[in-house]
Design a protein around this ligand. Structure first.
Ligand code: SF4
Length: 467
């Protein structure tokens, strides 16, 4: 009777909110396992390199060295790229990146664009801006294309659609591309996407790529993909734009080799990415542009406590191992880059609006152990907690919730009575800002869902299941 009433009260709350989110124990476990699979593959690859720890230490030292002489390396990179015939642009912030990109496209009469994966353009809101300006933009990385069709953001920086099961992808493809209803065979879905994307590649006027590394000694940009989609665009379009964050520089090819050994192994547990493409000069009768983007990177660079975050090569290993990320998913972080590194970077993009993120961690330090450039992620998250508590407005309702919670937890009787009473609260109230413990709803982050209160306590369950 109790459970019946409770189920009735809860009915509809999660179902309405769960679209695209990681909710319910089944999907949570599935997501957790999918990420852990990548972590386990990474461990296997690590074991094939006897000097793995030395490689990580070398990578961290190269990054620190490059960052300590960043203006010099940026200048060298620019000079060499210009010598190679590439046009170099500088974008101070996200708005400048958007404007420069749009003006290059207009100057070259480009109306449609194929774009390979770039978290930088995601960070700068390039797609919505270009679409608003009348350009047709197609993301060509399969995972990115799936989330683009669903009008979602990537939930992971390397595997953007990791939050979706193949059945959900099948439904999306059926709705948007008219594929066979209910056919969730991965080969069928991949070939349907390939066929559609091939047409997009053929008709597009320009290509945009992200950049994994910029080599200062040659002015080359290096783009790593598993699908070859960046190459399809760069090799077939007359106008090519590479968008590069200013922290992506490495001094030369010798240093680059350290990172190419670490990147794919840390990211997906592959020995190497399928395509590691070096773009050095434009093909005849084409124009090639590199936009070097700051967008708050100098703020991070100038902060001695947080500068090490600029070492990040966006491999995603810290997400794959994080127990919070694995069970909550990337959309729960409400910042472009999710997971541990995202929570370290986010306060630079708004302390007040992102003040909750450094607290969304167990500080277990697993991210520190896997990071290929040895960023002390747990230490930086802890430091942010101290700083944000001092520098942002106090969350009064959270404080009240904690005070009530501590009073309840002090006595076994009040705890038992309170948990019983809690089960009778309607689901709609638990999901709303009226619930003092539902910090996320109060902050307007609908991506995180307050969990269902179980129908019985652990003691009740244990009594029943003892035998
Ligand atoms: S912080 Fe380290 S582990 Fe996380 S994405 Fe960056 S390089 Fe990879």
């Amino acid at each position: 009777m109790f459970n019946r009433r409770k189920n009735k009260l809860m009915k509809g709350t999660h179902a309405n909110l769960s679209k695209g989110f990681i909710t319910g124990s089944e999907k949570t476990d599935w997501h957790n396992n999918a990420l852990w699979f990548l972590r386990a593959k990474r461990d296997m690859q690590r074991d094939t390199i006897p000097d793995w720890e030395k490689l990580r230490a070398t990578a961290a030292a190269i990054k620190d060295h490059t960052l300590s002489r960043l203006p010099e390396y940026l200048q060298r990179f620019e000079e060499n790229a210009i010598k190679n015939g590439i046009q170099v642009h500088w974008a101070w912030d996200d708005a400048e990146l958007r404007e420069i990109t749009a003006s290059i496209l207009r100057e070259n009469n480009a109306k449609s664009v194929v774009k390979s994966k770039s978290m930088l353009t995601e960070e700068c809101g390039l797609n919505p801006y270009l679409e608003k300006e009348g350009f047709d933009v197609v993301d060509t990385d399969l995972g990115e294309r799936i989330v683009q069709l669903r009008k979602e953001h990537p939930s992971h920086i390397v595997v953007p659609a990791i939050h979706l099961k193949k059945e959900e992808v099948s439904d999306t493809f059926h709705e948007k591309m008219n594929t066979e209803k209910g056919n969730s065979d991965p080969d069928y879905l991949a070939s349907a996407a390939r066929e559609a994307l091939r047409k997009d590649f053929m008709r597009a006027d320009a290509a945009i790529t992200g950049v994994n590394f910029g080599v200062a000694e040659s002015g080359t940009v290096v783009v790593c993909t598993n699908e070859g989609n960046a190459d399809m665009g760069v090799h077939s379009k007359k106008t090519v734009i590479h968008c590069m964050g200013m922290e992506k520089l490495v001094p030369g090819y010798k240093e680059l080799a350290v990172f190419t050994r670490l990147l794919a192994r840390s990211a997906t547990g592959q020995p190497v990415t399928v395509f590691t493409s070096h773009y050095r000069k434009p093909r005849p009768e084409t124009t090639e542009h590199i936009i070097i983007v700051n967008n708050k990177r100098t703020d991070i660079f100038e902060d001695p406590e947080f500068r090490q975050a600029m070492r990040c090569i966006r491999c995603g290993a810290c997400m794959n191992t994080c127990p919070v990320y694995r069970r909550s998913g990337g959309h729960s972080y409400h910042h472009t880059v999710p997971g541990p590194i995202g929570s370290v970077l986010a306060p630079f993009y708004g302390k007040e609006k992102n003040k909750d993120l450094p607290f969304a961690s167990t500080l277990c330090g697993s991210c520190n152990n896997v990071c290929p450039v040895k960023i002390d992620l747990a230490g930086l998250l802890y430091r942010w907690r101290q700083k944000l508590t001092d520098e942002t407005s106090p969350d009064l309702s959270k404080k009240i919730g904690m005070d009530i919670g501590s009073k309840i937890l002090k006595s076994r009787t009040t705890y038992s009575l309170a948990t019983r009473a809690f089960r009778w609260v309607p689901g709609s109230v638990l999901q709303s800002g009226l619930n003092p413990w539902n910090v996320t709803a109060k902050n307007g982050h609908k991506e995180r869902i307050f969990p269902d209160v179980p129908g019985e306590s652990f003691r009740e369950w244990y009594k029943k299941n003892q035998e």
